[in-house]
Design a binder for this molecule. Structure first.
Ligand SMILES: [Zn+2]
Length: 287
């Protein structure tokens, strides 16, 4: 991993290893024909594509904020096979490389509760029992998201795994956000819905610079076109409308777009012509 972060004003952003896995490319690009999406994203013969789960540490003068938590270390043999795990979750190890202990994290923001985002908030500890990975952190989720996690419908129960959130439910570390909240000076979360009913995004604004984490509304750089939604999106029309507005806003403000699932590009800025005008790679080893 790269131990110098992307600077946004007084904040520094680091990409951590939250695991990597493979999914069917068709599901990730929803209505887009393979002949088109495969020109923008590498695909294997069997239609699989590689995806990362990259939690980001936002390090500020008085805060250590983690956005998302990766796939975690609790997957069963069957789940590991289904998701073709390529890299093991090692968020704690990556934090150590930055001189940070898991007990130092003060805030965890989850854009939503799907397994590949929330899987790392509870880990199998030394005792073999599940425990909060970041025990001193408050964990921020939208209230609507938490309601659905607690009472998932038939479809969402495939991605909301109780093992990832039960320990949080019992702790006092859960903070439910109503639509919008300020996490630290210049850092806000806002509910968008779309991918899930309570999906939220993160805005970072500091000293005239901006970055936007759109979670699963904009999972990889290849998903720039608002119409390129995923088969996993629960409310695709909402995704299209929100994404269109937010991408327009980010381009206008020359914001960094931060990607959680893209192994080939961690962050980029776009010109008004839609072409990348700057990009950031968090890897030094090409892994
Ligand atoms: Zn995801």
């Amino acid at each position: 991993m790269r131990t110098t972060g992307l600077t946004v004003g007084e904040y520094e952003i680091f990409w951590l290893n939250g695991g990597s896995f493979k999914l069917d490319g068709g599901a990730m690009f929803g209505p887009v024909p393979k002949s088109i999406w495969s020109t923008r994203y590498p695909v294997e013969q069997n239609n699989n594509i590689l995806l990362t789960a990259s939690p980001m540490l936002i390090k500020g003068p008085d805060s250590l904020i983690l956005v998302e938590s990766g796939i975690g270390n609790k997957l069963t043999a069957k789940q590991r096979q289904i998701f073709q795990i390529q890299r093991e979750w090692d968020v704690i190890g990556d934090l150590k490389k930055l001189g940070i202990s898991r007990h130092d994290i003060d805030t965890v923001v989850l854009t939503h509760g799907d397994w590949d985002h929330a899987g790392g908030i509870v880990m199998t500890g030394a005792s073999g029992e599940p425990e909060l990975s970041f025990p001193r952190a408050r964990h921020l989720l939208q209230r609507a998201e938490w309601e659905d996690i607690c009472q998932p419908c038939t479809r969402s129960s495939a991605a909301y795994w109780p093992i990832n959130t039960d320990a949080l439910n019992l702790s006092s570390q859960l903070v439910l956000v109503e639509e919008m909240a300020t996490v630290a000076p210049g850092i806000t979360v806002r509910r968008t819905g779309g991918h899930t009913r309570g999906h939220q995004v993160v805005f970072i604004e500091s000293q005239g610079e901006q970055a936007i984490h759109l979670g699963d509304l904009f999972p990889t750089r290849a998903h720039l076109n608002p119409l390129w939604v995923m088969a996993y999106d629960n409310f695709p029309l909402e995704v299209i409308e929100r994404k269109k507005k937010l991408i327009h806003q980010g381009m206008r403000d020359q914001a960094w777009f931060l990607f959680y699932h893209d192994p080939f590009c961690e962050a980029c800025k776009f010109g008004t012509d839609g072409k990348p005008s700057a990009s950031w790679s968090a890897r030094t080893d090409g892994a």
